[in-house]
Each structure stands twice: as C-alpha cells, then as structure tokens.
Design a protein around this ligand. Structure first.
Ligand code: NOJ
Length: 522
C-alpha cells in the first residue's frame, strides 16, 4: 500500500508510538458499546490470507517469468520505502510446509492465497507453461488437503506478467482473452483441488495506486472496464464448463475504506461521501451485484460530463453492450470484501493539486482522517472499527442479501511480538462484524485475517508489518515467530467468540504527554 512514511523515522518513534497507540485504542474502545456475548455461527468460515508476490520469493526459480513488480522494482529500487524487492520475501516458495503448519496452528479451516500468473505461465500467455510452477501449487494444495484446510485461490493479486504489462496491462482489451486463457488453464489443472476461487483482488488499488501512480499506466476508467469484463467472462466460463463437474464457487474481491461525511449535517459532505463510495466501490460492485447492472448512474454521469469538458470525443469510461451488462450481472457467488480503515469526506473548498483527468479529480472529494483515531503503522490506516459495520450495511442496502466473505482485514505496525494494538484491532473489528450480523442482519459468511505472516507490503517494502507471525527478514532462514495476535485469533476461532480479556494489556506508567482522560483508560 502506498505510504509516505519514511523508514528513517520508524526506529526513532517506535517505542513511544506504540505506547501511544495502546492508550488510544483503549480510549476508543469505550465508544464501541462492547456488551453482548455474540457467537460466530458454526458454519462461519474463519481463514487467513496471503498473496503470491508478497510471500513466495523465488522470483526467478523453476522457469518463472517476471511480473511487473519484479521488473519495475529491479529497475527502480526507489519505488519501495526501504529500497527492497520481492526476490526472497518470506521465502514461502521453499517454506510452504512450515506455513501450512502455522496456518493449522491458528485453527482456521480456510487459507486464501494467490497463484502467481507468471509462475504458471511465464510469458502470461497459455502457449508456454512452467512445469515447476504448476507442481509447486499442486504440492501446496496437497499439503493443505492433508492439514484439512480448504484452499481459496485468487487468480490475480496484482503480479501481472511483465510481457502483458508491456502491452498496457488492463487498459488493453486483449487482456480479457489472456486472462480467460489463464483462468481456463487454472480451472482445468487445479479445479479438482480448488473449490473456491476469486478472480481478481482489489481492482481499484491495482489500477489507482500502482498502475496509475507508480507505473504510470493511465486511464483508470478503462482499466476498471476490462478487469470487470475479464472477471465476468472467467465466471461464465467456470459456470458453463467447470461448475457442473467441479461444483465450486467463483467470486471477486473488492475493497473499500468506509467514507463518512466530515460534517454529518452538511449536505455537500454527505454527497461527497456517497460520491466516493460509488467511485471507489460502486464502479465495480454495481455491474455485478445490483439488480439493474451496468455502472452506477452517478459514476456514468461524472465521467461522461468530465470527459466532455476535457474535450474527449468519447467518455473515458467505456460503455457496456446489453450482452455485457447481462454477462456481468450476478457474475459472483459471493461478495469478497477487503476492509481496513475509514476516511472523512468533505466537499473540496481549496484548490486541490489533482492531475486532470484523474480518478481523484473525477471523485472530487477532500479525504482526511480523524486525528483522534490511532495510526499504528502506515499513515493511510487509522483505526476506526465502527466504519466496518457501516460499510457492511451499505453493501446490504445497495446490493441486498448477497453473502459477504471478508477476504481481508488487518492492521500494520512496525514490528514486535507483543502486538497488543493488533489484538485490539482484531477484537474491535470482529465485534463490528458480529454487530452487523446480529443487529443488522447482514449476511456475513466468513472472515479472513490479513495476513498470515509479515510480508512484502508493496511500496512499503518490509517497513510495515501486517503479520500474525513475525518473519525475520535478516535471517536466511526467514524464521517465523508467533505474535500475541496469532494466539488471540486462534482463541476466537476456537471459542467462536471474542474474549476481550484473553490477552491482557500491561498496566502502563503515566506518559508525560498523556491527557488525564487517556491515563484513566489504561
Ligand atoms: C490489500 C491487498 O490485497 C494486500 O495485498 C495488501 O497487503 C493489504 N491490502 C494491506 O495493504
């Protein structure tokens, strides 16, 4: 995830910062009305998530081709905060048996991971396949089967094969066919072992943060369009040719921060928040999950109008044909949702420095975080658990009773095994899931923690840590060690409830900068 934090400041602020966060999290839990002893139903799916590029390493082993991430960060080490790359990462390519063991220790029955497209098809196209790459995933799947853990496989988690990125990535309509060929091969080869698939992970982040900002491949509207079509075609392919005999499910993973109006009584801020939700999530979700299909009317209006004003002959947002609208409608067996944080939205009143045209300019909101919310790691992720419940309700209100699988949720810090802040984050966010289920009747089917172990966090490199297990990136063994949050998660999974006292936070001494209020909460 993009972050403007600087590595240099990390060490210096580490200790005082985490103590401050601890105090903040404790202070904010008061607002969350923790009273009821809700249980996660027996059928609720608990899991843990990872992604190929972030953990596998072995970037050039076994005939693997390069992905855009290999190529560009080798050429531009400055793209990552610590000038690192994914060459070895957590070395899960070699340590997958150990990883399956720690997944089993968590007690979860589901593991979501991604196939690396260029590990299977080194050039991206299906004329050339890597036997070693294919064998690797068979071995991993066999290990999971023996551990009684169900695999949930993402086909595209951002590591686009470089030869395809050189053709413009998802801005090129040909990508739809290339993805379909890859999906067909994956269903044929692995479909007896994999029964839950997601086609794409977070199309918004892939386009907006990385292709647009980092790798300068423009046209986020076009990107969304071809990713959506590729998803729908893969879904229909599975439905027609594979589902009758393999009996699996296929979905997509979308992501959203929750957006609250900064001033909840100002109509302009209320509009800004809804504009953000539609431009960020609705643009992908409406074509798939709404009854009428197609892009949300608001998104169509904004991009069409701006395109006209910017002298484009045609809208930057391509138009779906009637057949494509039908193809997309209902093309998912569940709603995969990744959620991390909340922002406050207002109508922009000062001159923003947006590029024109851009997704930011089209969306036209001022985004800020509430300064009272703790930021335990990367500067984009502040902790505000109630936003999760609001987002789940927004999905239900817009798209009905679709089963939601939370495919990612978690928090980053700067490391350490005694990760009390992460313990609180999981407790408080999971409690909001329970409230959404029990009080609001939202159909939540499962929850996957992000992430199993510390990994390559995209442009943050290894500076920020999301893992339930620590990885020692300085040791050639990439030693894994359990954090407190892993124990806490295991306890939730086992008891199917949140025990807020399971991990006791140490009593803290008064800090010089603590307010009397904060002092009373620890
Ligand atoms: C969502 C992405 O799917 C994942 O790859 C990333 O590490 C997390 N967000 C945290 O930024």
């Amino acid at each position: 995830m993009r972050s403007s934090s600087k590595v240099a400041k990390i060490g210096a602020v580490l200790v005082s910062f985490s103590l401050l966060c601890l105090a903040h999290v404790a202070a904010t839990t008061e607002d969350f009305d923790i009273k009821e002893d809700y249980e996660f139903p027996e059928a609720f799916k608990f899991g843990v998530s990872t992604a190929a590029f972030q953990i596998e390493g072995a970037w050039n082993e076994g005939g693997k081709g390069e992905s855009m991430w290999d190529t560009y960060i080798h050429e531009h080490p400055e793209y990552t905060l610590d000038h690192s790359n994914g060459d070895i990462a957590a070395d899960s390519y070699h340590k997958y048996t150990e990883d399956v063991k720690i997944i089993k220790d968590l007690g979860v029955k589901y593991y979501r991971f991604s196939f690396s497209w260029p590990r299977i098809l080194p050039q991206g196209t299906d004329n050339k396949k890597s036997k070693d790459g294919i064998d690797y995933y068979h071995k991993l799947l066999e290990e999971l089967r023996r551990a009684n853990i169900t695999a949930v496989v993402t086909l595209f988690h951002w590591d686009m094969p470089t030869p395809l990125m050189d053709l413009g990535g998802w801005s090129n309509p040909k990508m739809v066919d290339y993805f379909l060929d890859y999906a067909r091969f994956a269903f044929e080869e692995f479909g007896d072992e994999v029964k839950i698939w997601t086609t794409m992970n977070e199309p918004h982040q892939h386009c907006y943060n990385y292709c647009y900002y980092i790798f300068s491949v423009l046209q986020s509207g076009t990107y969304a369009h071809y990713m959506l079509l590729a998803h729908a075609k893969a879904y229909r392919l599975y439905e027609k040719e594979f589902k009758p005999r393999q009996n699996g499910r296929v979905g997509i993973t979308l992501d959203a921060f929750w957006a609250d109006p900064k001033n909840s009584t100002d109509p302009l801020d209320i509009e800004a928040a809804e504009r953000y939700r539609q431009m960020r999530l609705g643009i992908y979700a409406h074509p798939i999950y709404s009854n009428i299909g197609d892009y949300p009317p608001l998104v169509r209006e904004i991009i069409d109008t701006n395109s006209r004003l910017q002298n484009f002959t045609r809208s930057r947002l391509p138009v779906f044909s009637k057949e494509e609208i039908e193809l997309l409608k209902g093309s998912s067996d569940f709603f995969g949702l990744n959620h991390y944080t909340t922002y406050l939205m207002s109508h922009p009143t000062i001159n923003e420095t947006w590029t024109i045209p851009s997704w930011d300019h089209d969306t036209f909101v001022r985004m800020e975080q509430n300064l009272a919310w703790p930021i335990p790691g990367a500067d984009w992720l502040s902790v505000y658990p109630p936003g999760f419940r609001k987002l789940l309700n927004w999905i239900k209100n817009n798209y009905g009773d679709v089963p939601i699988v939370i495919t990612e949720n978690g928090m980053c810090d700067f490391g350490g095994l005694k990760d009390y802040t992460r313990v609180s984050y999981y407790n408080d966010y999971l409690y909001q899931v329970l409230l959404a289920m029990y009080k609001d009747n939202v159909n939540v089917e499962g929850y996957f923690a992000w992430t199993l172990l510390d990994d390559f966090e995209w442009t943050d490199g290894y500076a920020t840590k999301f893992g339930l297990y620590e990885v020692d990136f300085d040791s050639p063994e990439r030693t894994r060690r359990k954090k407190l949050s892993a124990d806490n998660y295991r306890n939730i999974v086992e008891k199917r409830k949140i025990d807020f006292d399971y991990i006791k936070q140490p009593k803290m001494k008064k800090l010089p900068y603590q307010t009397p209020e904060e002092e009373n909460t620890v």
